[in-house]
Design a protein around this ligand. Sequence first.
Ligand code: ATP
Ligand code: MG
Length: 394
Amino acid sequence: MYNTYLIRYGEIGLKGKNRPQFERRLMDNIKRALKKVGPARVERVYGRLVVESEADPARVLERLSRVFGIVGISPVLRLPLDEEAICAGALEVLRDAAGRVQPPAGSPLTFKVEARRSNKAFPRTSPELNGLVGGYLLKNYPGLKVDVHNPLVRVGVEIREKNAFVYAAEVPGAGGLPVGAAGKALLLISGGIDSPVAGWMAMKRGIEIEAAHFYSFPFTGEKSLEKVRDLCRVLAGYTARIRLHVVHFTEIQKEIQKHCPEELRVTIMRRMMFRLAARIARQRGALALVTGESVGQVASQTLESMLVINRVVDIPVLRPLVGMDKLEIIQRAQNIGTYDLSILPYEDCCTLFLPKHPATRPRPDQAERAEEPLAVEELLNGALEWTVMEEIRG
Ligand code: ATP
Ligand code: MG
């Protein structure tokens, strides 16, 4: 019955002069998200977007609920600005919604009409419409009862410039800002639980993500890379496409293993990762790095370690997980669909080379001294030369 969807967006409505640009971005992202399920039309109706698609509503809603920037989605009937048509449409959406709610045994189906009129030329005010449509529904749907406080069904009526929209359901959107509205960043993605969540959180704030994975074949096998690709595919489901840079990290790992004191290996390895990431970011026009670090989880994530690691780059490093507990991160990973992949037991390059007693409070001068035997510049160039960019679609 539905082929039209009313899209509400919150925050981007507040952005003043940027608003048209944000709306355009959101419209593009919606079109891209729906491409997989079929052709769609997206139209701006003051303060809202209207999507038309003939595809299966369940699939359309599933796709739309992953587009950042959307606050709520309602399947709607688009009607002429005509009272009779509005009343008949309201009855239709009520009947449809009634099939999906269960009043407690012996209780009537309760409802409420919520009319909103942004087109002031329409001759009825919102309260008048509430009365008119409510009265019509009571007369035509046996056993119905009004409950303005806690109704089972809310029938929405929106009077806009050219059309009226009626609906009886709202699906929550993903919130946030449209991906791309805030520029681009490079996500350092491992196969773990944290970094995919960090990438998702950056995307939620409108940041377009490209990903880099440091790959130490054959110390880590093809399966661990496949897992990273799968994680990127899940993230791409929120934005249509993710570019993944697979960085050849084996030589660097070997050199660190050979020349650097054991307790500082993780620190040095991270410094090399950051240096490489900063260069890829510059090449790709990314303005920040994003990592899955949080404070205090492991040796390399003390503030002292972060200071020493962060020193080798001058690009901002975003760490969206700093305020989260492990349990919260796990829950988020489950919600966004990355958790089951992340816990697959394939080795990450880091777990493989983990020293027994990594330094938890390394000092910058120690790290610099420990790096002296490494031909840093050559190693970086060598790794970048073998870096491959893949395009992963959601
Ligand atoms: P995660 O769960 O994301 O693996 P973690 O808690 O295991 O994180 P670390 O191993 O200390 O923490 O890694 C910290 C961050 O460094 C990761 O979140 C990720 O952003 C980055 N990182 C670690 N290993 C790699 C890798 N092989 N390729 C790309 N980035 C990596
Ligand atoms: Mg990890």
